[in-house]
Design a protein around this ligand. Sequence first.
Ligand SMILES: [Zn+2]
Length: 282
Amino acid sequence: MIRLWKNFLLTALVGVLVSTGAGVGRASPSPAEVGTLAWNPPANLVTPLNQVWAHQESTYGDLYGFRNYGWDQLFANRGSVNFCVRWDSPASVTAAQRDRIHATLARQYKKWMDTMVGQDNWPYATVPIKVVGWAVRDRAQLQWSDSSVDVYVNNIRENAPQCAEPCGRFFVRGGTYPNCPGGDAHHYDQSLWLTSGFGGGAGGDWGQRMGSEYFLNNLDADSVTIFLHEVGHTFGLDDFYDWTPSGVGGFIMKAGSSATITEFDKWMLRDWWRHLKYRYGF
Ligand SMILES: [Zn+2]
């Protein structure tokens, strides 16, 4: 079922996007939300965490220069993330399915974000996740008539529907979206790209991709494993195809070895924050 895990952050996107990064805003956390715990992983994880970071430093093309990690997106929004759903399937979608997809996406994303609360001056108690748009080939596939989300019809890129590029963080980096219909509030940071018949997953600064059937079949799952793994990539975490850090067993970023986010995964995420937080004034 899980066979292709790919981190696009490491390939073509890095070189193209680095020079355009700008406009990351400093958040203004309220004191009650500010965690105070310093970097303090369990002793048995210190060595493997250091191994992971050193490996990333030696293999990522532009680890410290890249400016579109999930972290950058989140801080540009002062603590939230907006999504576009790329519905890359001939199936129809009911309003109820739309709302359940949104709820699942938010509930799963929260699993990663909650690991940051109370850690190392992390400023956000919650990170709201909002689906602002749906992209589809044929409007008739979407079985709702309300205007709760923007709908983009037959805007094709990579042979799949996408939301408007002037509204997308992947395409526009100034922190504002002057050419986005509806304005900044209608912009999207990441795409949940659901493709019919797609096996495995892919993730990066642009969002997360997996099978539409897989996501729909896992709406009630406690952990939507592929989605969680790919969100890890959005926040910079690496794959582990060819090596394993010392002394750790299965974890979700080592594909196929854990269905859930483990303590080691959580500390890898926090390690990214430790290394990038200076960008945002922490
Ligand atoms: Zn992966």
